[in-house]
Design a protein around this ligand. Structure first.
Ligand code: IMP
Length: 180
């Protein structure tokens, strides 16, 4: 049994479903932890793991993700949750007004602590920033992230089949079955 530390129940439920395919059982640890203002998702995750390793006497993993817009040099990236809470989807669309290159990607980092080392697993899904807000499923930047012509918020459950989070979690669980 491996603990997933997150305050987001939706993330836990999604991870649990994926873990089942690998016959892995995961437990939800609903614990808040500080996120530093680092340069990359990986750096932020390392710091969080170091902090949590003093609190949790077991193997555990965390997951952190963000939206990276190429023409904005990767913004909002590691600031995604802050940017979503402040300027939101409307704010991003405003920043992108008149911008030709609308390519963007979501990136997820799963960081696993085996009580001695940290192992990271990356998942990336590429798409583009839509011209307008579309769809009503999902959360966060889903209504402005277009994947094969539809926004993530127009894809319903289909989003979870192709998401950055799924890719990172599948890499992690597949590694886990071989190494533990
Ligand atoms: P977190 O810190 O991993 O929970 O994610 C940071 C922020 O990135 C969230 O608040 C969302 O705004 C955004 N984000 C991450 N993953 C997704 C996604 O799958 N869809 C939409 N927004 C996302």
């Amino acid at each position: 049994m491996i603990s997933f530390v997150t305050t987001n129940k939706g993330k836990f439920v999604e991870a649990k479903k994926i873990a089942e395919k690998f016959s892995i059982e995961i437990r939800w640890v609903n614990l808040e932890y500080p996120e530093i203002q680092g340069e990359s998702l990986e750096e932020v995750a390392y710091f969080s793991i170091k902090f949590l390793s003093k609190e949790i006497d077991d193997m555990f993993f965390i997951e952190d993700s963000g939206l990276f817009i190429n023409s904005l040099k990767g913004f909002p990236g590691i600031y995604s949750s802050y940017v979503f809470k402040t300027i939101g989807n409307e704010g991003i669309l405003k920043l992108m007004e008149g911008v030709k290159d609308r390519s963007a990607y979501f990136k997820a980092v799963v960081a696993f602590y085996d009580r001695s080392e940290i192992h990271t697993f990356i998942g990336i899904t590429e798409g583009r920033i839509a011209n307008e807000i579309r769809g009503d499923s999902g959360f966060g930047f889903d209504p402005i992230f277009e994947y094969n012509g539809r926004t993530f918020a127009e894809m319903g459950e289909g989003k979870n089949e192709v998401s950055h989070r799924r890719k990172a979690l599948e890499k992690f669980f597949s590694w886990l079955t071989k190494n533990f």
